[in-house]
Design a protein around this ligand. Structure first.
Ligand code: VGL
Ligand code: ZN
Length: 202
């Protein structure tokens, strides 16, 4: 990564769908999904230390959501509202003031992006957010679509490369999604480079 400005006001950490159902043993397990948690905890610590905002999105479906197989969708039931599977990974160290964005909450609508039918953009704009640092699950669905919408809404996007994992319905889906995000203008960053951002002046 070329030298970036230090972490600063306007920087925001966004953690996407790190929920039990997407972890190994969950209803829609993402391979290696649990591995993002310790990484994200380190990013959380950096943002927390700088008093920068932290948001989490969650998949939050009604029990008969249209994306579930019983309704003709492609997924097994997952992240049903108020069930243990919809809870955040219990070892994810979310500060108490973390802002939660729930998405895909309506029976008849799928929403992979945290911006779709939510007040997310409004909240971020109110906060004067500029650079969004995003990680979580899954690279090829909710990360991809949230990143695409963030770019459409003119934020600068940094994807946390060591804190994302793909579902890979087709084995190359994750890699494809990464290529697409890069092509659209997202930058990829790792924890080591992030630590540098704490020290490097503009
Ligand atoms: C997701 C599949 C279905 C995700 C949500 O969070 O990436 N994937 N629902
Ligand atoms: Zn879902």
């Amino acid at each position: 990564m070329t030298k970036k400005n230090k972490l600063q006001t306007g920087d925001v950490l966004i953690i996407i769908d790190v929920q039990n159902d997407f972890l190994p043993g969950g209803c829609l397990a993402v391979p290696g999904g649990d591995e993002v948690v310790p990484m994200l905890n380190r990013y959380i610590a950096l943002f927390y230390e700088k008093a920068l905002p932290i948001y989490v999105t969650r998949d939050w479906h009604p029990a008969d959501h249209c994306s579930f197989k019983a309704q003709g969708g492609i997924w097994p039931p997952h992240c049903v509202q108020n069930t243990p599977g919809a809870e955040f990974a219990n070892n994810l160290q979310l500060p108490t003031h973390t802002i939660v964005i729930s998405k895909a909450i309506h029976q008849d609508q799928e929403a992979y992006s945290g911006f779709q039918d939510t007040v997310f953009d409004e909240l971020l704009k109110n906060d004067n957010s500029q650079r969004l640092f995003m990680g979580g699950l899954a690279t090829d669905y909710c990360v991809l679509n949230t990143v695409k919408d963030a770019l459409k809404h003119h934020y600068q996007v940094y994807v946390l490369h060591d804190a994302i994992r793909a579902v890979n319905v087709q084995s190359a889906d994750g890699e494809q999604a990464i290529k697409e995000m890069r092509k659209l203008g997202a930058e990829f960053i790792e924890l080591s480079e992030m630590s540098e951002m704490l020290e490097i002046e503009a």
